[in-house]
Design a protein around this ligand. Sequence first.
Ligand SMILES: Cc1cc2nc3c(=O)[nH]c(=O)nc-3n(C[C@H](O)[C@H](O)[C@H](O)COP(=O)(O)OP(=O)(O)OC[C@H]3O[C@@H](n4cnc5c(N)ncnc54)[C@H](O)[C@@H]3O)c2cc1C
Length: 416
Amino acid sequence: MALTADFDLLVAGGGAAGIAAAVAAAQAGARVCLVEQHGFLGGAATASSVLTHCGFFDQTRTQVVRGVGQQVLDRLASRDLYQTETFASTGNTVVLLDLETTKSVYDDLVAEAGVTLLLHSRLSGATVEDGRLVAVTVDHRGGREVLTARSFVDCSGDGALLAAADAAVHVSPVSERQASTLVMRVGGVDESADISADALSRAVQDYQAATGVELGRDGGTAVRMPLSREVMLLLADEYRDVLDVAELTAAETGARRQAWHYLRAFQRGLPGWEHSFLAATGPQIGIRESRRLVGRDTVTAEDVSTGRRRPDDGVARCGWPMEDHATPGVTVYGGIKDKGWYHIPHGALVSATIDNLWAAGRLVSSDNRAYASLRVMGTAFATGHAAGIAALLHARTGRHDYAPVREALVAQGALI
Ligand SMILES: Cc1cc2nc3c(=O)[nH]c(=O)nc-3n(C[C@H](O)[C@H](O)[C@H](O)COP(=O)(O)OP(=O)(O)OC[C@H]3O[C@@H](n4cnc5c(N)ncnc54)[C@H](O)[C@@H]3O)c2cc1C
């Protein structure tokens, strides 16, 4: 393999958090390796068709995430595909994504930053010596590589590196974990068709009454996508242990069966849906929760609801309210003070047990209610950016000071 196997920083997982961590560190002059198991970047956005970025704005429509995340928005804008939508009912603002444009923007951003990107490469093992990670093992079609680095960031969503390194992790009981959802993309829906939650709910209830089929939820999110004009639907929920392969398999197949029932419900129950078709599911079921980091600090529900500011050690802002999918069929919301934002501290990104290991995105150290807020992709860009810079500075100095991390983030245009 024609590859330098020794890096300043190794990042596991190429979703929003991993892209931000790798690009930030590379743009700061580091030798960075980004390892991604799929053949494309984007994480849940591209692998599970989660095509709305939440968390770039708080509920007053004030932007709270810039830095590497802003570079992504600028690249979308340069392709005339920076599109936002604000939901009148909540004040939540999302950035709407086109799937193939998103993949392409991420390819360009990572390549131009000079990151060594390994696609189709699954992190499968780690070597820890004296409380420090020294190497990881990566499997690919041609065999196995051992990659060494000074610092490591786990952005794999599922905590693959945390688990391989036997770092402390939090895993909620399945009954308290958030649902996994198979995202459906439906084509052929008339532009004039009603896609409101009320209309969908009525159609699902009528379908259940007529057929006797029981579906997990009758209401859910429907969003019209740019370019393709497909309707993206978040309905097919599964409450299973995604860390158990038999359960995960059952979740995928069960959610696919549900998807066809939902499609039939809308085809027969809603005007304008008669010629609709299932353009795509997944391709992978969207996983909201599995493992996450036990850090030196933990974000709590109180930090979220009070909009806690951390002028000393805050390294990322989160403006997305708590959106908890742990109760079947129901989404439980909880707000942030004044509809604003709170700080995520540096300590919630650093492993409590391994000196040179960070985690970001949906791995941030948090209690269950706070997790329901900070796991979204806009915020994942912010925590990934912060973790990438913190890990790089640690690689250079061996220290965990957060003041230089904050300075470096500001210099790179991040909002802290
Ligand atoms: C159904 C659903 C709907 C959601 N809706 C929204 C929404 O509308 N807006 C929003 O902002 N957020 C939403 N979220 C949350 C959001 O998608 C995730 O929390 C977010 O993607 C987390 O970003 P991440 O970078 O931490 O992880 P991910 O996006 O999950 O990326 C992790 C990456 O790591 C890779 N990886 C995993 N294991 C390995 C390994 N062993 N080796 C190599 N690579 C590996 C994966 O392939 C993936 O590319 C939703 C989530 C779900 C499941």
